[in-house]
Write a protein that binds this ligand. Structure first.
Ligand SMILES: CCCC/C=C/CC(=O)SCCNC(=O)CCNC(=O)[C@H](O)C(C)(C)COP(=O)(O)OP(=O)(O)OC[C@H]1O[C@@H](n2cnc3c(N)ncnc32)[C@H](O)[C@@H]1OP(=O)(O)O
Length: 566
C-alpha cells in the first residue's frame, strides 16, 4: 500500500471527536501491509484532502496517489466515495475491510471479522479468527478444491449477465489470492487506473489464506450463477430508505435498521432474489452505524418461507444443478444470520412458515403479534429442517417439543411459541407495532459497543457448532429437494389453485403451473390424476388426460421416477 510509506510534512493530525474512545490496537484490521497508525494517518490525510475539514487540515492537502483507507465508517461517506482536491475530480478505491460506504469497494474488499474492541488480547485473537459473513465461511464450510476452482472459472463463462466491474474485480482478486497467495507485485502507477484497481483489490485481501480465497471464489461464482437466473440486479443502499431493493424495504430509522419483507401479495415468500437482497441488507447493516437490526414483514404475513416456485426455475443443468446451487445459496444465507454481529430482532407481524420460522432460532430477540403462527411443515413437503433449527429448536424448547414441530409440523400459536421459548414476548396485534417500536427505540439508546460485545460473547459459544449444523443440514437437504416426496409436494402446491378442467387441458390450454411442474420434473414421468385415473405423460411433455368430465375442476399432479412407473 504505497501512500503509507509516503511522508506527510507538517501534518497536524488531530483525531477530533470522531475518533474519541477508539483503541486502535484492538481494532480488527483489514488485511494489508500498513500498520494501524500508518493507516489512520493516511486516512486522516485523505479526509482533509477530500472534505476539507479544517480540523484535519494537512500540508500538503492532497496527494494524487493516495488510496483511501477508512476508519470503520467514522468518516462521512463523501470523503470515502469521491475526493475533490485542488479542483480535480478523483475517485478513491477504499481498501478497508469493513467499509461499506463506497459502493464500489463494498464488493471488492469485504473481509469480515468482528470488532474485538475492548477485549483482552487472548480473546482478541480468537475473535479475529472467528468467521464473518459469507466471504469467510467456517472451517467446516471450506471444502472447495482446486478442481472446484477450475469448475467455477468455467462456470463464470456461462453467466448470462455481466456481473459488473466491482464483482469482476473481486473475482480477480480472489482468484489471484487463491492461486498465487498474497499480492507481492509492485503497485502500478495511479495513471494506470485498471491495473491499479486490480492491484488494490488483490492487495486488500492481505494474508487471506489461499483456501479461504478459493472457497470465496467458488461461492461467489455459484451465487452469481443462481442470481443470474433470477431477475434484477441489486445495489447496495444506505441511510433512510435504501435504494435498489425490490423484494425488501430497508430503512434506517435513528439507530435502527429495519429490513422488511416486501412481497405481501405472495405472503412474503422468499424467492431467489429476496435471499440475495437479504444477504446484502444484513451485510450492509452489519457494517453501518446502526445499533439494532430488525426484520419484519409487510402485510398480513411475516413470511410464508421459501418460495415454492424457486424450484421450477430449472435450467439446462437440470434439477441436480439447481439443487446444488440452492444449497450454496442456503448455506451462505444462513451463515449471514449466524455471523451477524449486532443485536438482531424479529418483529413477527403475522404467520411465519418454513425457513422464516427456523431462522428465528438465530435471532437474539423475537417479538410476535398474537396473530402470528409458526409452522414448519417440512415432512409434509418432503423436506427437513434448515436454518440450524435441528440444533437450535431442541436447545430452545427441548427435544420432545422440537420434534413435534420439526418432524410432525405442528403449527404453534404465538402464545405456544412463547411458552416454548422461541418467542420472547407476544403483543396484541392492535398495539404490536407501537409497543415493539417504542421498546426497540429505548434499547437502541443503550451503549452500542457493550451490546455488540455481549452478542459476540453469546454467539461465540455456539458459532462453530452452528456452522457445522448448517453444513450438515445443507448436505441433507440437497437430496431431499430431488426426492419424489418433495417434487410432489411442490407440484401439488403449484397445481392446487389450478382452475383448468380436464376439458380445457384437452384443448391444449396448458397452464403456467403445469409448465413449471414439467420443467422442474424433467426426466420424470408426470401423471395427471382425475377421478382416480392415472394418465401417463408422453416422454416429451405433458399428456392430455384421457378421462374427462366437463363439470369437474381441479387437477392433481404426481411426479414419479421412470423406474417407479411400471
Ligand atoms: C434456497 C433455500 C431454500 C430453503 C428452504 C426452506 C424450506 C421452507 O421454507 S418450507 C416452507 C415453504 N412454504 C410453504 O410451504 C407455504 C406455502 N404456502 C401456503 O401454504 C399458503 O400460500 C399460505 C398458507 C402461506 C397462505 O395461504 P392463503 O390461502 O392465505 O393465501 P394464498 O392464496 O395461498 O397465497 C397468496 C399468494 O401467495 C402465493 N404464495 C404464498 N406462499 C408461497 C410460497 N411459499 N411460495 C410461493 N408462492 C406462495 C400463493 O401462491 C398465492 O399466489 P397467487 O395469488 O399468485 O396464486
Amino acid at each position: 500500500m504505497p501512500g503509507a510509506a509516503r511522508a506527510w510534512p507538517g501534518q497536524s493530525l488531530e483525531p477530533g471527536p470522531l475518533l474519541e474512545g477508539q483503541e486502535p490496537k484492538s481494532l480488527s484490521h483489514p488485511p494489508g501491509k500498513l500498520g494501524w497508525k500508518q493507516r489512520l494517518d493516511l486516512n486522516l490525510a485523505l479526509c482533509a484532502a477530500g472534505c476539507g475539514s479544517p480540523r484535519w487540515q494537512l500540508d500538503p492537502p492532497c496527494h494524487e496517489a493516495c488510496t483511501c483507507v477508512c476508519v470503520e465508517r467514522r468518516l462521512p461517506a463523501q470523503t470515502l466515495l469521491i475526493g475533490q482536491g485542488k479542483g480535480r475530480f478523483r475517485t478513491w478505491l477504499c481498501t478497508s475491510a469493513s467499509c461499506h460506504l463506497c459502493l464500489v469497494c463494498s464488493l471488492l474488499t469485504y473481509v469480515p471479522g468482528p470488532s474485538s474492541r475492548g477485549l483482552p488480547r487472548s480473546q482478541h485473537t480468537r475473535l479475529q479468527a472467528s468467521p464473518g459473513l459469507t466471504a469467510a465461511p467456517s472451517p467446516t464450510a471450506m471444502r472447495a478444491s482446486e478442481k472446484d476452482l477450475e469448475k467455477a472459472v468455467s462456470q463464470l463463462q456461462l453467466l448470462k449477465e455481466d456481473p459488473g466491474n466491482a464483482v469482476k474485480l473481486r473475482l480477480y482478486a480472489l482468484y489471484k489470492q487463491a492461486t498465487e497467495g498474497p499480492c507481492t507485485m509492485p503497485k502500478p502507477s495511479v495513471s494506470d487506473f485498471i491495473s491499479k484497481a486490480k492491484w488494490d483489490a488483490w492487495n486488500a485481501l492481505g494474508s487471506l489464506p489461499k483456501e479461504t480465497a478459493r472457497q470465496d471464489y467458488v461461492d461467489l461464482v455459484s451465487s452469481l450463477s443462481s442470481s443470474s437466473e433470477s431477475s434484477s440486479p441489486v445495489q447496495p443502499g444506505a441511510s433512510s430508505r435504501s435504494p435498489g431493493y425490490e423484494t425488501l424495504v430497508v430503512t434506517s430509522e435513528g439507530d435502527i435498521t429495519k429490513i422488511m419483507f416486501n412481497r405481501p401479495t405472495k405472503k412474503n415468500a422468499v424467492n431467489t432474489q429476496m435471499y440475495h437482497e437479504l444477504m446484502l441488507a444484513l451485510k450492509t447493516a452489519s457494517e453501518d452505524d446502526s445499533i439494532l437490526t430488525v426484520v419484519t414483514g409487510d402485510g398480513d404475513y411475516y413470511s410464508s418461507g421459501n418460495d415454492l416456485t424457486n424450484f421450477t426455475d430449472v435450467h439446462s443443468g437440470g434439477l441436480e444443478e439447481k439443487a446444488k446451487s440452492s444449497v450454496t445459496l442456503l448455506r451462505n444465507f444462513v451463515n449471514c444470520f449466524i455471523d451477524f454481529p449486532k443485536p438482531l430482532v424479529a418483529a413477527v407481524n403475522g404467520p411465519a412458515v418454513g425457513i422464516a420460522v427456523t431462522l428465528l432460532g438465530l435471532f437474539d430477540v423475537v417479538y410476535a403479534s398474537d396473530k402470528a403462527t409458526f409452522h414448519t411443515p417440512f415432512s409434509q413437503l418432503g423436506l427437513i429442517p434448515e436454518g440450524c433449527s435441528s440444533y437450535t429448536f431442541p436447545k430452545i424448547m427441548g427435544t420432545a417439543k422440537a420434534a413435534e414441530v420439526l418432524i410432525f409440523g405442528k403449527k404453534l400459536t404465538a402464545a405456544e411459541a412463547c411458552a416454548r421459548g422461541l418467542v420472547t414476548e407476544v403483543f396484541p396485534d392492535s398495539t404490536f407495532q407501537r409497543e415493539v417500536w417504542t421498546r426497540l427505540k429505548t434499547y437502541a439508546k443503550l451503549p452500542k459497543n457493550a451490546m455488540r460485545v455481549s452478542k459476540e460473547l453469546l454467539r461465540n459459544l455456539e458459532r462453530e457448532k452452528l456452522h457445522a449444523v448448517n453444513e450438515e443440514e445443507c448436505r441433507a437437504i440437497q437430496g431431499r429437494w430431488m426426492s419424489d416426496e418433495s417434487l410432489n409436494a411442490v407440484a401439488s402446491f403449484l397445481s392446487r389453485q389450478e382452475s383448468l378442467s380436464p376439458r380445457a387441458l384437452e384443448h391444449g390450454a396448458w397452464s403456467p403451473a403445469l409448465e413449471s411442474i414439467h420443467r422442474m420434473a424433467r426426466g420424470h414421468h408426470i401423471f395427471i390424476h382425475h377421478y382416480g385415473t392415472l394418465t401417463p405423460t408422453r416422454r416429451d411433455g405433458l399428456d392430455r388426460p384421457e378421462h374427462r368430465e366437463p363439470a369437474h375442476h381441479g387437477l392433481e399432479v404426481e411426479v414419479l421416477r421412470q423406474n417407479e412407473v411400471a
